[in-house]
Design a protein around this ligand. Structure first.
Ligand code: ADP
Ligand code: MG
Length: 351
């Protein structure tokens, strides 16, 4: 697979700051793929995008786009000369220009008229050419911003928090739309988001960051099912973390609250002490369940019933588990519940 972007050991420290905003980041992005930099506010996502775009210069490391070196010890290619399209968080459209003028802005090719039509068709805005951008809805403005970024046929499209200004329903539509449009344009997309759901839904690959450092990179499924550490397990979805010892046969983990099944036997050894992550949706109510506890609190959130279950450990201490029950279940505070745990929702976390 061809590589569209490569970062090798990129570090960036802002002037006057002691800590690096981005620290020794290495990353390869395949041509045509969509990746999301995911992490809490301040973890270095925007800085990484700005480094790729050429708005910031790294103090060490190398950045290549389309196999060509853009930034390195002795190399610097300015932002205008990089084949990058950028969609800013607030879209940054020109309010006094109409849709067509916004999209064509800065386009130097002779085929401007045709190209604008092409990208308008891609983003489903044919017929909107002469509308002022202030008459458009949030979703339509985002389509215009994306069309403008695509018009120049860049090698890479960068999108900073593209869905943060949209309400929940529109967000879901636009996630699918942005993915469809990027794939249709055969563009490589790098998104920035602090929202795990957006990242899971739109990406081919997710890069989880914390404190300027990459924590884990992988497909949405892999990141969710097999988080590398407690931070990833807690940031991408909710998780119950617990210590345990691998039992002989390696199919069960003995923990303080009972035995937990595990199907990652190939990466653990008998008697090993490990940390496991147990997703709240991995519990099923069962008469013969080995894990039992009392309902401490619960709330109905529509898709499921979110419950805190108070469990007494073998050392007679109290611990609590976050459990998602089927929304049709009715429980009362204090109810004693027994659960079976599905191994598919259990993962070994290497800390
Ligand atoms: P994110 O996009 O993940 O929220 P940023 O890349 O914006 O994070 O910021 C990473 C870190 O760098 C934060 O600690 C932030 O305060 C700091 N930072 C960002 N921009 C600047 C700047 N222009 N000058 C100084 N510090 C900055
Ligand atoms: Mg940011």
């Amino acid at each position: 697979m061809e590589t569209a972007i490569e970062l090798k050991g990129i570090t960036k420290t802002y002037k006057g700051e002691r800590q690096a905003a981005v620290c020794n980041v290495s990353l390869k992005v395949k041509k045509g793929s969509i990746i999301t930099l995911l992490g809490p506010s301040g973890c270095g996502k925007t800085t990484t995008l700005r480094l790729i775009a050429g708005f910031e210069r790294p103090e060490s490391g190398e950045i290549s786009i389309g196999g060509k070196l853009m930034a390195g010890e002795k190399t610097w290619v300015s932002a205008e000369k990089r084949k990058i399209g950028m969609v800013f968080q607030d879209y940054a459209l020109f309010p006094h220009l109409n849709v067509e003028e916004n999209i064509g802005f800065g386009y130097r090719g002779k085929d401007k008229k045709e190209r604008v039509q092409e990208v308008l068709e891609m983003v489903n805005l044919l017929g909107f050419e002469h509308k002022g951008v202030h008459h458009l809805s949030g979703g339509q403005q985002q389509r215009v911003a994306l069309a403008r970024a695509l018009a120049k046929r860049p090698e890479v499209i960068l999108l900073d928090e593209p869905f943060s200004n949209l309400d929940t329903n529109l967000k879901q539509t636009m996630r699918n739309e942005v993915r469809r449009i990027l794939k249709k344009a055969n563009a490589t997309g790098i998104l920035v988001s602090h929202d795990q759901k957006d990242a899971l839904a739109i990406s081919d690959e997710i890069v989880v960051m914390k404190g300027g450092i990459i924590q884990q990179k992988g497909s949405p499924r892999k990141i969710y099912q097999f988080p590398n550490n407690a931070f990833v397990a807690g940031f991408v979805g909710e998780s119950n973390m617990m210590e345990g010892t691998v039992e002989p046969g390696k199919r069960w983990i003995r923990t303080d609250i009972g035995r937990i099944p595990c199907n990652q036997y190939h990466i653990i050894s008998e008697g090993e002490k490990i940390l496991i992550s147990l997703r709240p949706n991995g519990f099923q109510l069962a008469e013969d369940g080995e894990i039992e506890g009392n309902v401490e609190t619960y709330s109905y959130v529509g898709e499921y019933l979110e419950a805190r279950i108070s469990v007494t450990t073998q050392k007679k201490e109290k611990t609590s588990l976050l459990v998602y029950l089927h929304p049709n279940e009715t429980v009362q505070q204090g109810d004693l519940l027994k659960f079976r745990v599905s191994a598919n929702f259990v993962s070994v976390v290497k800390n």
